[in-house]
Design a protein around this ligand. Structure first.
Ligand SMILES: NC(=O)c1ccc[n+]([C@@H]2O[C@H](COP(=O)([O-])OP(=O)(O)OC[C@H]3O[C@@H](n4cnc5c(N)ncnc54)[C@H](OP(=O)(O)O)[C@@H]3O)[C@@H](O)[C@H]2O)c1
Length: 334
């Protein structure tokens, strides 16, 4: 089969011929029709991710058709259109993942930028009927992470006022769509006025540019304060969240696009106003099922910025150098 291989840090992604995997007992073979890129893939190509080893077939998100089953798997799975849970070994707790948890797309678990992949049958969910393979392949990491952040951690409810920072990203666009579907007033930040406009078309009430000196003051004035803030940027701006969150509010974060760490925070503002600052990481298989049920129920359509042929994975990932995209970058496999 053909697969996109990363042979070392700062090396280009190249299309190569590699052996097609065979499903072991309890596994299926999936012919991948589409996959999508995450910031994680970009960090890995920069050599900035834990436990990288080479060569690696990257890609954590994928959707396709089951073509073969291993021993013990019901033959009825053959021909089914599926989307894959993007991790292995979540573990027994719904509260947090086990130490052994890992996302696919790094050895020992080959990724989805390939014509075929094997997966344990319990990692499969059906492709939503209203979505194409390209749209479905946009879901796994970004939608799962946004779903857990909003529903499990922030306990979102109708009528909440929600801020989504860096809305142009994959996780950001899903957080916006989910919160709008829940009947919340949603505000956004972005580095681009055009992306704020696109967010408004998806239902955002308003947005401000995070590069503006007074972004927090602008947001406070527009919104009156937030019940929930969903952030994947960290950086110095994080300290300002304490000025725009309402008493009892929840700040949930899962990334550091703007900077590797949190700034000094005013602890008094946190305890006096009963603010929760909550970390989250992707999500459990149960979260994945719940996210897909929500997407199906609300007939949500992921925002796909651009679709590239699998062979052009290097061109697609270079788009992430400056993040002009709004939503997801997708690879079409056939
Ligand atoms: N822990 C986990 O399980 C998990 C899962 C998914 C993602 N993440 C992390 O979440 C982040 C987003 O991932 P992604 O795949 O959605 O990435 P992405 O599609 O590449 O989006 C990144 C976005 O970050 C935004 N951004 C850049 N600088 C910012 C700043 N100073 N303030 C606010 N936003 C800023 C940009 O928003 P605009 O384009 O609107 O300017 C950009 O679109 C990454 O850091 C990723 O590692 C973590």
């Amino acid at each position: 089969m053909k697969a996109i291989i990363l042979e070392g840090p700062d090396k280009p992604l190249v299309l190569k011929e590699v052996p097609t995997p065979a499903p072991k007992a309890g596994e299926v073979l999936v012919q991948l029709k589409a996959s999508s890129l995450n910031r994680r893939d970009w960090w890995i190509t920069q050599g900035k991710y834990a436990n990288i080893s080479y060569p690696a077939i990257l890609g954590t998100d994928g959707a396709g058709i089951v073509t073969e089953v291993g021993e013990g798997v019901d033959h009825d799975w053959v021909g089914k259109e599926v989307v894959l849970y993007p991790g292995y070994n979540w573990g027994n707790s719904e509260e947090y993942q086990a130490n052994e948890f890992t996302a696919i797309g790094l050895p020992p678990y080959n990724g989805t930028f390939a014509e075929y992949i094997t997966a344990p049958v319990e990692h499969l969910q059906f492709k939503p009927l209203h979505l194409s393979f390209e749209q479905t392949a946009s879901l796994p990491v970004a939608a799962l992470t946004a779903y857990r952040a909003l529903f499990v951690k922030a306990r979102i409810k109708k009528g909440d006022t929600v801020l989504v920072t860096g809305v142009g990203g994959g996780a950001g666009t899903f957080a916006l769509q989910f919160a709008v579907a829940m009947g919340c007033r949603v505000f956004v930040t972005s580095g681009s006025g055009e992306k704020i406009e696109r967010a408004r078309h998806l239902g955002a009430a308003a947005g401000v540019n995070y590069k503006a000196q007074d972004w927090a003051e602008q947001l406070k004035q527009l919104s009156g304060g937030f019940d929930i803030i969903i952030d994947s940027a960290m950086g110095d701006g994080f300290a300002k969240f304490l000025d725009v969150i309402k008493p009892g509010g929840r700040i949930v974060f899962f990334g550091g696009t703007a900077g590797g760490n949190l700034p000094e925070l005013n602890g008094r503002k946190i305890f006096w106003r009963h603010i929760s600052i909550l970390g989250t990481m992707m999500g459990s298989p149960a979260d994945f099922g719940a996210m897909l049920a929500f997407v199906n129920e609300h007939k949500l359509e992921p925002v796909v910025d651009e679709v590239f042929p699998l062979a052009d994975a290097e061109i697609a990932i270079r788009r992430m150098d400056h993040s002009p995209q709004f939503g997801k970058l997708v690879l079409r496999h056939s």
